[in-house]
Design a binder for this molecule. Structure first.
Ligand SMILES: [Zn+2]
Length: 299
């Protein structure tokens, strides 16, 4: 059944691109809604903790009043339900406008009901998802290795966008990527020996953890978040510990260049925090595609 698809590369790549666009459209929903779900559950936990503390010593009235106010927050939407709506006017989005990419073009980037601009990042995430899906199969063929890296890429796209929006790399996402790396290695899918994957995970984490505490001792500032350590650990589990120098090199060079440009364009001062996760993700893809070339350059 799959023979004609595999024998016609253009058919295979078109189908993969279409699949990527559809999944990208779902990733957009996850990127927008998952942090809201997380923030809501954290707020509820804090409320419960503050209420406990207030019960324990009656002096903390201010905190408990504040906590009660926050508890009245409406629950966040689920990830899949309710259906998509315009964030500004809340009007439901018609099914044919919900099509990936095509919907954006049909609407010419504006909400049909209130005219609010729809962000370019929605079609951009869809295009990126489609591009990554096609590039990975084009480079590595059809097989388990490509399947693993396509899933990893989807996780990286979601983490990149959530980190840009909220300066946050949620544990369930970084840990999923870490398990993908460890199990991919254990099952022989990634060609990274399990010992290399485990050493990669531990040393990737420790390396950034060390940077972080050194930087904090020297400057008194927090340069990164713990999510960054976990993301590098996951990437090193996927690619092997010997790719750590290449990962760090690409992430810090692109981070420094793009970060500086960003500060200049946005005219922010140097105190502005720039998330590191997107550059780690970029480094992960770069090393996946050009790892051996990069290694030969610095050796
Ligand atoms: Zn609207």
């Amino acid at each position: 059944m799959f023979d004609p698809i595999v024998q016609q590369p253009w058919l295979l790549y078109s189908l993969l691109a279409l699949l990527g666009l559809i999944i990208g459209s779902f990733l957009n929903v996850v990127i927008y809604r998952y942090p809201l779900v997380l923030l809501h559950s954290w707020r509820q936990e804090c409320t419960a903790l503050l209420a406990d503390a207030a019960g324990a010593n009656n002096s903390a009235t201010g905190a408990s009043a504040d906590a009660n106010e926050k508890a009245a927050d409406s629950p966040p939407p689920g990830i899949v339900w309710p259906a998509s709506h315009c964030p500004k006017c809340k009007a439901g989005i018609r099914p044919w406008h919900n099509l990936p990419l095509l919907g954006f073009l049909l609407l010419r980037g504006k909400c049909r009901d209130c005219g609010a601009a729809i962000s370019w990042r929605y079609p951009l995430v869809e295009l990126l998802t489609a591009a990554m899906t096609v590039i990975i199969v084009w480079q590595f063929g059809l097989g388990w290795f490509s399947a693993l890296w396509i899933v990893a890429s989807y996780l990286l796209i979601v983490m990149t966008m959530i980190d840009l929006d909220h300066q946050l790399l949620p544990d369930p996402l970084t840990y999923s990527l870490l398990w993908l790396g460890l199990l991919g290695s254990a099952s022989g899918i990634t060609a990274v020996p399990p010992v290399d994957a485990i050493i990669g995970a531990a040393s990737g984490y420790l390396l950034l953890w060390g940077f972080y505490h050194l930087f904090r001792l020297l400057t008194g500032k927090h340069g990164m978040g713990y999510g960054d350590f976990k993301l590098l650990a996951a990437l090193a589990a996927l690619l092997g510990w010997d790719m750590l120098p290449a990962l760090i090199l690409v992430a810090s060079i692109t981070g420094a260049v793009i970060g500086t440009l960003w500060l200049l364009i946005k005219r922010r001062d140097r105190q502005t925090q720039i998330p590191f996760g997107p550059f780690l993700a970029l480094a992960g893809w770069t090393v996946l595609l050009f790892g051996s070339e990069l290694q030969s350059i610095y050796f």
